[in-house]
Every structure is written in structure tokens, then in C-alpha cells.
Design a protein around this ligand. Structure first.
Ligand code: HEM
Length: 165
């Protein structure tokens, strides 16, 4: 439930919020669904809904001039990596044209997300259907009233009230 549902459900809701807050990019995406694969990668990078992961050093490691001792716990922020200006220009800006593949939202290494291809398909299909079937969708409350999941492991919105005519 956590790995396969919380993640994609929150990406869809938070991603919709992010797009509603960027109406020009939303309109472009609605008109050009072929942009969805890149837009999905960018939303994954930009939103980084799973942030903190842990690793344990199995041996002494030299990194960035520091020694991480064998047995130490390393706290890794995927959000910080995905917003690293050395890797992505203007990282705090959503840009559906960005080639964001290579982001770390699905982790890295042997434990990289097992469901990432399914997640990509779910998001492309979800956003495509939502944009096509609800062309006049907009927020029903002001953006500042949307309650964000700052109190949860996986980031997202507690609810996203929308309306359409
Ligand atoms: C947007 C959706 C998703 C995101 C952002 C996401 C993110 C992640 C991340 C960051 C990890 C940890 C990788 C690591 O430790 O290096 C992970 C692992 C995992 N994910 Fe996902 N995930 C998503 C969707 C899914 C789905 C749909 C499934 C299954 C249907 C899934 C199944 C798993 C499993 C089984 C692991 C553990 C892999 C292992 O430890 O070897 N995930 N995911």
C-alpha cells in the first residue's frame, strides 16, 4: 500500500496541484499530450514526494572530504539531490520541457524502485485522462488553503478541492 499506492496517488494529486499553479504549462500539456512523458519525469523530480532514505556504510567511505565510518547511518535527501543546481538549471522551477530523466525520485542502485515503470504508466495515463476529460478544471479553494502533507513520510496533499463548469 505504501510503496505502490501512496506514492502514485500523491504524485497524481500533488502533480495536479502543481500544474494548476502553472496554467501556461497545463494548457500546453493539454494541447500536446506527447509532452507527457517528459512532464511526468519533471513532476517526479520537482515534487520529490519521497524525500528521506537511509543507507548504512558497510565499510569506511571517503566522500566530499569526509569519512563515513563503517556502520554509520547515512541520511539521504532525494529532494535535495533533485534540486541540486549543479545538476539541474533553475531547479526550483517546474519546467515540463526539461529533460529531467536521471532524477533520483525512484532512488538509485540495487534497491531502485521496483515499480517505477508501472508508476510512469499510471501517471501518464492519469494526467492524460484528467486533462482531457476536465478541460475547465480549476482549484475550488485558494492555493494557500490546500493542506499539504508536511506531517507524512510521503509528501502530497491531504485533499485537493477542484471544480469545473
Ligand atoms: C511515483 C511513484 C513512486 C515513487 C516516487 C517511488 C519511489 C521509490 C523509492 C525512492 C524507493 C527506494 C529506492 C531506494 O531505496 O533506493 C522505492 C522502492 C520500491 N518501490 Fe517505489 N515508488 C513509486 C511507485 C511504486 C509502485 C507503483 C510500486 C509497485 C507497484 C513500487 C514498489 C517499490 C518497491 C517494491 C520498492 C523496494 C525495492 C527494493 O528495496 O529493492 N513503487 N520506490
Amino acid at each position: 500500500m505504501l510503496a505502490g499506492h501512496e506514492t502514485t496517488a500523491n504524485m497524481l494529486a500533488l502533480g495536479t496541484f502543481a500544474l494548476l499553479e502553472n496554467p501556461e504549462q497545463l494548457a500546453e500539456l493539454r494541447a500536446h499530450s506527447e509532452l507527457l512523458p517528459d512532464a511526468t519525469e519533471e513532476l517526479l523530480r520537482y515534487l520529490s514526494i519521497g524525500d528521506i532514505f537511509y543507507r548504512y556504510a558497510t565499510e569506511d567511505i571517503e566522500l566530499g572530504g569526509e569519512t563515513i565510518g563503517k556502520g554509520s547511518t547515512v541520511v539521504v535527501s532525494l529532494l535535495a539531490a533533485n534540486h541540486d543546481p549543479k545538476r539541474f538549471d533553475n531547479p526550483d522551477t517546474l519546467d515540463i520541457h526539461r529533460k529531467a530523466r536521471g532524477h533520483l525520485s525512484f532512488g538509485h542502485g540495487v534497491h531502485q524502485c521496483l515499480g517505477q515503470q508501472l508508476a510512469r504508466i499510471e501517471m501518464r495515463a492519469g494526467f492524460e485522462g484528467l486533462l482531457r476529460r476536465f478541460p475547465t478544471m480549476r482549484l475550488a479553494v485558494s492555493a494557500s488553503e490546500v493542506k499539504l502533507k508536511t506531517d507524512m513520510n510521503i509528501y502530497g496533499v491531504h485533499a485537493l478541492l477542484v471544480t469545473w463548469v
